[in-house]
Structures are given as C-alpha cells and as structure tokens.
Write a protein that binds this ligand. Structure first.
Ligand code: 5GP
Length: 230
C-alpha cells in the first residue's frame, strides 16, 4: 500500500501541552502533614503551576504582602465582590472572609496553566460543585497523628493551646477525606513530592482537558482514510 499523500498530520507531546486546558489543584491536609513544604517544592519546580492568590478580610501578618500572599480587603469590598459574583468560592474562617477571585483562575485555565489552591474544605467543595472536571483534589496525610503532633510541636510556631486547636480542626479536615480524588501519605517528603508530581503529569494528559486537540485528531483520521483509499 502506498502512503504518499497520507500522514500529513504530525503530533508531538508539546502539541498536547500547548492545547490543553489547565486544572485547579487543591492540596489539603491537617496542619503538620507537610502540605506547605510540598506546595513550595511543586511551585519551585514547575513553571506551569502558579498559586492562586486569595482575597481576605483578615489583617496581614508581618511577613505578608498585599497581592502576593493575599489581596487584603475591607469587609464591604469583599461583600461587594460576593454580590457581583467576582468570587469563584468563598468561606468565613475564624470570623474572616476568604475567597478566590474568579477572573485570574478563568484566565489561567484557558491559557493551559494549572493553579494551586490553599483553601479550606468548604472552598474545596464549592469548587468541586462548580467545576468538577477542572478540580484535582489531593489529600495529604501524615503517617500518624502522633507524628503530626510532633511536627507541630517541633515547628515551634504555636503554643500548647494553639496546637490543641489545630488538632481539633484536624478532626473536621481528616473526616472530609472522602471528598478528595487522591490520598498521598507524607512519610517521606521526597517521595510525597514525586507522587504529587506524577499525579499532575497524569492529569495533564486527561482527554477531557484536550478539546482543542479535535482538529489534529480529525487530521489523523483523514490521513488514515487517505492511506486506505490509495
Ligand atoms: P490563614 O489565615 O492562616 O492564611 O488561613 C486560614 C484558613 O483559610 C486556611 O485553612 C486556608 O486554607 C483558608 N483559606 C485561605 N484562602 C482561602 C480561600 O480563598 N477560600 C477558602 N475557602 N479558604 C481559604
């Protein structure tokens, strides 16, 4: 069989990366599970992954910068954003509003960039309700509660009462594990990072994120038909 006029369509792994839609990566974990460290490693190693900057009404901490860690807003401005539907999700945590501005997320997803979220479980569920296929939710588990407590104590950020409060919050967090797509145990940091990176790599190839591949696929099918017609 001759195939002179067929095989005109070519495709590379880059083409797939170029046409795909981004996704929302949610990493959740009880404090002390190592989520922050994993998130920082992912962001440092991956130019296609950016952190979503939330809006909040809580006061900035000494090390925090407006527009980098959060958009720090007054309550009335936050409430205006809720009414104007400018937030993809929002929640009240410890008497303060927290929410995800919609516009930068929409722009990143259509540009094929993935966004990492550091939001609470209420926010995760809202994202899943609105855009299930665009959300990849990973729950990071410590190897044991004793280990988690030891990490919190070793970190030295909190006094005993604050650690107790974090352990109390962890009950709700761990109880929500069934809302997640993947469970990653962080008993070894390097392994946990690699595991999350492999989940990201697989999610990037999901067919549902590749609607723009249709033209290439039609081209390949046409090439096949042409090769048979010869
Ligand atoms: P912190 O005040 O310590 O920065 O954050 C407090 C809690 O609010 C954390 O559990 C954090 O994940 C959550 N949070 C931060 N930003 C958002 C957001 O945009 N939406 C929701 N739902 N929760 C958020």
């Amino acid at each position: 069989m001759t195939v002179e006029n067929s095989g005109r369509t070519t495709i590379s792994a880059h083409d797939i990366e170029d046409v795909r839609r981004g996704f929302m990566l949610v990493l959740a974990a009880p404090s002390g599970a190592g989520k922050g460290t994993i998130a920082n490693r992912l962001l440092a190693d991956d130019a296609k992954l950016a952190l979503s900057v939330s809006a909040t009404t809580r006061a900035p901490r000494a090390t925090e910068e407006h527009g980098v860690h959060y958009q720090f807003l007054e309550s009335d401005e936050f409430e205006r954003k809720i009414k104007a539907n400018e937030l993809l999700e929002w929640a009240k945590v410890h008497d303060n509003y927290y929410g995800t501005p919609r516009e930068p997320v929409d722009a990143s997803l259509s540009a094929g960039k993935d966004i990492l979220f550091d939001i609470d479980i209420v926010g995760v569920r809202q994202l899943q309700r609105q855009a299930r296929e665009d959300v990849v939710a990973i729950f990071v588990l410590p190897p044991s509660i004793a280990e988690m407590q030891a990490r919190l104590e070793g970190r030295g950020d909190d006094n005993e009462a604050a650690i107790k409060r974090r352990m109390q919050t962890a009950i709700d967090e761990v109880s929500g594990w069934q809302d997640f797509d993947y469970i990653v145990v962080n008993d070894d940091l390097d392994n946990a990072v690699k595991t999350v990176q492999s989940i990201i790599a697989s999610e990037r190839l999901k067919r549902i994120r590749l609607p723009k591949l249709a033209q290439k696929m039609d081209g390949m099918i046409a090439d096949l038909e042409a090769s048979i017609a010869k």
